[in-house]
Ligand binder design. Structure first.
Ligand code: GL7
Length: 810
């Protein structure tokens, strides 16, 4: 373990820090305080903080070079970072100083921080996981690079028009991104298309098109500034900026064509978090950033005098899902075509470096490319994959193919080229073995392992939940943020009234803050004394927001039938975006908003039930909602949510779960105790069995008068102003093919919700349950997850001890 690491920066005084902010205001922004806008203050604050990141960053880089140990390369299409000011301030221990300095300068700290746009370079859990992993890699002092794409437009912004989702472009890069450093000298050519020829016994790729990948580096500082790694994002640029000949001919559009073409590649994040639409541009994006990253890491390795046969002793490459799966053939290509490796030696060397994380069992999310498209865009790789497949057949037989039905299967390719494949929760990893990769698991026993996901406690408790942070500090001291198991020290306090009162007071503070924010932003008033029941995540049929909404309508019916029934007041909060092309998900959003309008206007039920769905859910909104939540909705169809990470964030912030035995819910329940978790629903095995029964949905609906009534209400146009067409597909879908078993789990879910009502009414009992959730989920720190990857997959080590030893000598 790491021996008492020491913070590496010496904190300035508030006066010094104020002076630094004023200096940046003047010299970097060219403003005097009298004319500075909120934007100017925010930029000056960020730049002042950034100044403190650079030394730890340089130190870490120096240590990494000296140690000549292994570097971890985390390749991910998405890094859902969110805002960075608080993150950096907290990790550097400068939060209070920054706040005091900004306040002394007459500004409101919260407003300044909130002025920063979210870096929304991801869709959801997968991208946010990558961001948490970067935080933990730095906190643990493991030398690492994150590699991804510097999208000009992150995830679209969501608006509601008459309750329906509409999308507009996100424009975070329309202002300077102060955290990054442009590296114009670090650029690599990326080739596409053309043809492959055999010339003098060598295979040569004559590319048809080339763009440059240009690096932008963001330092990622870990806890207490002890270590900082680099997030290197690639932007696509043309090899020639401007076609002067066309310009001189007066053809101005043609003159800018090279630039426009190249830039398209890093222009937008694909807004679909599971389905692969098979678009050529997507394949180009994947190859673009993967190739640039591999060229970069090889250059670094060779510049240090490494011999390529030893590559895997120094390089661990983690593929975050199949998106960078082209890394296998690309590394083989580089070794063969540029470094004269034999085929089998190249494959062996590449595989020893590569590992692959699977994040979903949904078949539509396992990428496949039409072979003709693939061969056209990446002709050389097409050939290399044939070599890889042949080598795989030679070891494991030909039951599992990489080329099948005219497609290239990237899951199989990633698997075959990885020394380890991991799932992201215990249940998921077992299902990976039993389902999508069962044959490969038999062919390569032991290759599939589990690494249950985690979350960084620095962002997801320390920084987003100050009231709870203070209570924890007062109760168990301050060593928990990088040693989250210490939260178990709270357990003995859960029967202490004073502690419970403070725990509840912290929650109440967060709830009031959320209520105020919603009032200011959406004009809705919610009662902080009501239960805040929260479901925030991408909108998907398998996540079953629809079941939540239908249950809400059923509850509304019951309250109307018995208005004096002593109901537990609830606010149902929803948040999340639907992929623009996902019709059913958009219908679900529309229905939630329609039902909200009707139900919120009902004077009979208003004091007991409200539905709130703020637009444009993102990381910053999660940081606001999660600390204020009383109840965490994790109600996916069992077997479908690979892990979930929101589930961990809620539990950590003292919101018990209502949920199914799916993904990491299973492990959360094991940790917090069955009595502190509201379990309902079919298990994964039962789901499979039920689907095999004829007419299971109609049978379930017929058996549930409550559900039948709700479905009739939706069909009747009650929520759609009499429009009986609007939800006809949605409702008929449940009768006809309810693949996600909303109908089968509905009654059990309703019943579990009534247990929640009763439990919440006993506030001491509820608070105790909430506190036990916080006390018992320390295991879900992403530090634990990353330690697992480092030990089981990467064989990578922390350099913190080394760093501390050197510091003591100096
Ligand atoms: C996901 C899974 O759906 C989610 O359950 C998991 O927590 C996350 C991180 O491992 O990965 N897979 C995926 O494609 N997305 C996810 O969020 C978008």
């Amino acid at each position: 373990m790491i021996a008492m690491p020491t913070p590496s920066i010496s904190a300035p005084s508030v006066d010094d820090f104020s002076a630094a902010i004023l200096r940046h205001l003047k010299l970097s922004l060219g403003k005097d305080p009298d004319h500075a806008s909120l934007y100017d203050w925010r930029m000056s604050l960020a730049l002042s903080l950034r100044d403190y990141v650079v030394d730890p960053w340089f130190d870490s880089t120096r240590k990494t070079y000296e140690a000549r140990g292994k570097r971890v390369y985390y390749l991910s299409m998405e890094f859902l970072i969110g805002r960075l000011i608080e993150d950096v301030a907290v990790n550097l221990g400068l939060e209070e100083i920054a706040e005091d300095a900004i306040t002394a300068l007459g500004q409101h700290y919260g407003d300044v921080v909130a002025n920063e746009p979210d870096a929304a370079l991801g869709n959801g859990g997968l991208g946010r996981l990558a961001a948490c992993f970067m935080d933990s890699l730095s906190t643990l002092g493991i030398p690492a690079y994150g590699y991804g794409i510097r999208y000009e437009h992150g995830l679209f912004e969501q608006h509601f028009e008459d309750g329906a989702q509409i999308e507009t472009a996100e424009t975070w890069l329309s202002q300077a991104h102060v955290w990054e450093f442009e590296r114009p000298e670090v650029a690599y050519p990326i080739h596409f298309g053309g043809h492959v020829a055999d010339e003098n016994g060598k295979t040569v790729w004559h590319a048809g098109e080339t763009v440059m990948a240009s690096a932008y580096d963001t330092p990622v500082v870990g806890w207490q500034g002890r270590w900082a790694n680099t997030l290197r994002l690639w932007a696509a640029k043309p090899t020639t900026n401007f076609d002067l000949e066309s310009f001189n001919r007066g053809d101005y559009i043609a003159a800018s064509a090279p630039e426009a073409l190249a830039r398209t590649i890093s222009r937008v994040l694909y807004p679909d978090d599971t389905t692969d639409v098979g678009k050529e541009l997507r394949l180009k994006q994947e190859y673009f950033f993967t190739s640039a990253s591999l060229q970069d890491l090889l250059r670094r390795f060779l510049s240090e005098g490494g011999a390529l046969k030893d590559l895997s002793d120094h390089v661990a490459i983690q593929l975050n899902d199949t998106h960078p799966a082209i890394a296998g053939p690309e590394l083989v290509r580089l070794l063969i075509d540029e470094h004269q490796f034999e085929v089998s030696q190249a494959i062996t060397t590449a595989r020893a470096c590569l590992a692959y994380t699977n994040h979903t069992l949904l078949p539509e999310a396992l990428e496949r490319w039409p072979e003709d498209l693939f061969a056209r865009v990446l002709p050389r790789h097409h050939r290399i994959i044939q070599l890889i497949e042949a080598a795989h057949f030679a070891t494991a037989g030909d039951t599992v193919r990489i080329f099948e039905h005219g497609e290239v299967k990237m899951g199989e390719l990633a698997f075959v080229m990885a020394h380890h494949v991991n799932g992201v929760s215990a249940l998921h990893s077992e299902l990976v073995k039993e389902t999508v990769f069962s044959d490969l698991n038999a062919a390569y026993p032991g290759r599939i392992i589990n690494q249950t996901n985690g979350i960084t406690p620095r962002r997801w408790l320390y920084s987003c939940n100050r009231p709870l942070r203070t209570l924890i500090n007062d109760t168990i001291g301050t060593a928990w943020p990088d040693n989250l198991d210490q939260l178990s020290g709270l357990t003995p306090h859960v029967d202490d009234s004073a502690f419970l009162e403070r725990f509840q007071a912290a929650k109440d503070t967060n709830k009031v803050q959320l209520a105020n924010w919603l009032k200011a932003r959406n004009g809705v008033s919610i009662d902080p004394a009501a239960m805040f029941d929260v479901q925030i995540k991408r909108i998907h049929e398998y996540k079953r927001q629809l079941m939540n909404l239908l249950e809400t309508v059923a509850l509304w019916n019951d309250i109307r039938a018995k208005p004096n029934g002593g109901w537990t007041p609830r606010v149902k909060l929803f948040g999340g975006k639907a992929a623009p092309g996902y019709v059913v998900a958009k219908e679900i959003i529309h229905l939630i908003n329609d039902a909200a309008r009707v139900i919120n206007a009902d004077p009979v039920t208003r004091e007991f039930l409200q539905i709130v769905y703020p637009e444009n859910y993102n990381v910053s909104m999660a940081e606001m909602l999660i600390p204020a939540a009383d109840l965490s909705e994790q109600i996916s169809t069992a077997g479908k949510e690979a892990s979930g990470t929101g589930n961990m964030k809620f539990a950590l912030n003292g919101a018990p779960t209502i949920g199914t035995l799916d993904g990491a819910n299973v492990e959360i329940r094991d940790c917090v105790g069955a009595e502190n978790f509201f379990l309902f629903g079919l298990t994964a095995a039962e789901v499979t069995a039920r689907r095999a029964e004829p007419d299971y949905a109609r049978t379930a609906i017929a058996a549930s008068p409550r559900l039948s009534e709700v479905l009739d209400q939706v069909k009747s146009g009650l929520f759609s102003g009499g429009d009986t067409d609007r939800y006809v597909n949605l409702v008929n879908g449940l009768y006809d093919h309810d693949y996600f078993l909303v109908t089968c789990d509905f009654d059990a879910y309703f019943a579990a919700q009534r247990q929640v009502d009763t439990a919440f009414a006993d506030s001491r009992h509820w608070t105790r349950m909430a506190a036990l959730n916080t006390a018992r989920v320390g295991w879900f720190s992403s530090d634990r997850t990353i330690s697992g990857y480092a030990k089981d997959i990467w064989q990578a080590h922390s350099l913190l001890e080394q760093r501390d030893a050197d510091q003591n000598v100096a």
